[in-house]
Design a protein around this ligand. Structure first.
Ligand code: ADP
Length: 263
């Protein structure tokens, strides 16, 4: 009787261990697949601008292009593709640092209102170009965080609100305190995102309208970076959107960010 009981315990423990090992292997396998997918996407995304830069450079080099206007146009295209590549490389580096948790994080007491003013100063020229009006409302808050990361997070959401909008559109940013959290709400009356796409837009390289994103210098990594930063601080991001009406991204970050991030 005693031996049977002992065997039973051993077999149950072994089964539990086997299940844990299987779960661990599945997780490793999934991480490996995600990493492979990321590298393959990143290489593909980098290959596209390189191919077109090479094409234009070859045409210019072969001397077939005679008129100055076409030459200028080709050079402008080369410069635009180079900018796209720089954006992409910067975003890839940022993602990999965030994932490796190696981001150089310099915490300080960040005053949100001046930071938002600074972000608006950078975003205004793009907004003016696309005829979109920016609005802000901000409580006089201070949060212990990295100003660089907060700027990246808010700037990404604001620039998306501008990019995926129409002339005459608006982007509203509201920052307030909600109990232990700071709440950043970025709302627009732009093109909106369908229900099926709402989950997917946070995936790396996922773009609803690839042509539009590329034309605007998008990399498909912006929202993934935003999500990483939010999670880095132990916060949440929510998206509500209606196609044709607009989108609203709500980020909540605990004020005691440093402690949460460490835990
Ligand atoms: P991108 O560099 O293409 O802007 P993001 O990761 O920032 O990449 O966004 C992913 C996709 O989600 C975009 O390509 C766009 O299709 C969609 N998207 C993001 N923000 C908005 C928004 N405010 N309104 C409508 N669509 C959006």
């Amino acid at each position: 009787q005693y031996k049977y009981k002992e065997l039973n315990v051993i077999s149950q423990t072994t089964m539990k261990m086997a299940a844990e090992i299987r779960e661990h292997m599945d997780r490793l396998e999934k991480e490996k697949r995600i990493r492979q997918e990321f590298f393959s996407n990143a290489s593909h995304e980098l290959k596209t601008p390189i191919t077109s830069i090479k094409g234009y450079a070859e045409l210019l080099d072969q001397g077939f292009v005679k008129d100055e206007a076409t030459k200028k146009d080709f050079i402008a295209r080369i410069l635009k593709e180079t900018d796209n590549m720089t954006n992409l490389i910067n975003d890839i580096l940022m993602i990999s640092r965030l994932e490796a948790k190696e981001a150089e994080v310099t915490y300080s007491m960040v005053r949100i209102a001046p930071l938002l003013t600074e972000i608006f100063e950078s975003a205004e020229p793009i907004a003016a170009e696309y005829q979109v009006t920016l609005h802000k409302e901000c409580e006089p808050l201070t949060i212990e965080a990295s100003a660089k990361q907060l700027r990246e997070l808010i700037m990404n959401l604001v620039s998306n609100g501008i990019k995926y909008n129409h002339p005459g559109g608006n982007v509203w940013v509201e920052i307030s305190s909600e109990g232990p959290d700071m709440c950043i709400r970025v709302r627009d009356d732009g093109c909106g995102i369908s229900k099926e796409e709402q989950e997917r837009v946070f995936e790396r390289f996922y773009r609803v309208d690839k042509g539009r994103s590329k034309k605007m210098g998008g990399t498909g990594l912006g929202l993934s970076i935003v999500k990483h930063i939010v999670e880095f601080y132990g916060g949440h991001i929510e998206l509500t959107s209606t196609p044709g009406k607009g989108s609203c991204f709500t980020v909540t970050i605990p004020f005691s960010a440093q402690n949460k991030a460490k835990s």
